[in-house]
Design a protein around this ligand. Structure first.
Ligand code: NDP
Length: 255
């Protein structure tokens, strides 16, 4: 459908070399966008790029660390240089350190905040002038069920995921005049490298998630593609500042 068509658009997905980021990058590419993905791991970048190129459109991979402000600016500049513009930014790169609140060092707290929150701020700031100049833009931030709920092992992670959604709301209000929509996605439990670590660290998590999720299963990265396309396309031009759970009903089930 034309409303969801991304032909001629350029999307930049941080952490697009695997997991949820690659699931969304794949959806955006299938909808017609040229896609730039970033990540630190060269092997993962290479494999993801090959998969995206198979879809037939333009794709590039940029090896970079989004905790570094200079590198964030370079990622955006490189995307514009190689693909000509930037219409869609997905702030997806993220990580977790799972401990009880009393056990974190300040450095660990800051590492999680810098990766999950500061990066999204720096990337959005870097992309803004290009979107403003183009007279349009779409920014998608990735929250979490920890945006809504607490858990014993997510003090910095939950803080970052609550904050990223509030940051997105502020940007949505500030940049509406520039025709830039800023929204968030709140994934439920999705099977990725990140949650493989969680299943290892938190005994029984795999089964507890299945039991607690009305859909009765873990999500998979392609489950995020449709919402990414919606929030990246003209279909969402009057949608801004919101946060859409993609969670199989996890966040609306009381018991
Ligand atoms: P993965 O571990 O599979 O992906 C994380 C991605 O972020 C990788 O591409 C990784 O690439 C990149 N990344 C991490 N740190 C950096 C950094 N410093 N600089 C550049 N890139 C970085 O996890 P998911 O796909 O699960 O997570 C993606 C997002 O979704 C995260 O924000 C996560 O918090 C969020 N999320 C995940 C949920 C889930 O159930 N899986 C639920 C809710 C939210 P590389 O290692 O190559 O740098």
């Amino acid at each position: 459908m034309k409303m969801f068509d991304l032909t001629g658009k350029v999307a930049l997905v941080t952490g697009g070399n695997g997991g949820i980021g690659l699931g969304m990058a794949t959806g955006l590419a299938e909808a017609g966008a040229a896609v730039a993905i970033t990540g630190r791991n060269a092997e993962k970048n290479k494999a993801a790029l090959a998969a995206l190129k198979k879809l037939g459109g333009k794709a590039i991979a940029i090896a970079a660390d989004v905790t570094d402000e200079k590198q964030c600016r370079a990622i955006v500049a490189d995307t514009v240089k190689q693909l000509g513009r930037i219409d869609i930014l997905v702030n997806n790169a993220g990580m977790n350190i799972r401990k009880q609140p009393q056990d974190y060092t300040l450095a660990e707290w800051q590492q999680v905040m810098r990766t999950n929150l500061d990066s999204a701020f720096m990337m959005s700031q870097a992309a803004y002038p290009h979107m403003k100049k183009a007279g349009q833009g779409k920014i998608i931030c990735i929250g979490s069920m920890t945006t809504i709920f607490g858990a014993p092992f997510v003090a910095p992670y939950g803080a970052s995921k609550g904050a990223i959604v509030q940051m997105a709301r502020s940007m949505a209000t500030a940049w509406a005049k520039d025709n830039i929509q800023v929204n968030s996605v709140l994934p439920g439990f999705i099977d990725t490298d990140l949650t493989k670590g969680a299943r290892r660290d938190v005994p029984g998590l795999g089964d507890r998630v299945v039991g607690r999720t009305p859909a009765g299963r873990w999500g998979v990265p392609p489950d995020l593609a449709g919402t990414a396309v919606f929030l990246a396309s003209a279909a969402s031009d009057f949608v801004t500042g919101t946060a859409i759970p993609v969670d199989g009903g996890f966040s609306v089930q009381m018991l």
